[in-house]
Ligand binder design. Sequence first.
Ligand SMILES: [Zn+2]
Length: 130
Amino acid sequence: MRATRCLMSDLVAAEKVLIEKYGGNIQLAAGSTPRKFKLIALNNRGPGAVVHTEVHTVRETDPCAIMAGKPAIEYIEKKRHLPYACWHAHGDFFEALYRVSGTARIYSRGKPVDRSDVWADASRMNNCEC
Ligand SMILES: [Zn+2]
């Protein structure tokens, strides 16, 4: 993430929203260059942390069992709790930063995060337990 046209103090002010909403679990971390940042989860099982779900094939069901109504392939889901902020937390931060700084611009993966609802990317919203 990168923020331009704002001050580091604006980022810190916006972080207060995260501290209140996510019980202090989500924190602003400075990136490698000025105004680069990331939002991290101090406790990867705490509020606002990313939960990545992987679906694995366990085994194919015996044909006789399929005839009896069992699913043809058995799956299990494995959840990995990651030390990063979920997209909800990012959205809360983006909105807070835009309130704090009227001139701020935010970039995620090189693309601008619009002041409108563009940050609410549905594909990223399911990776948590919010
Ligand atoms: Zn979330």
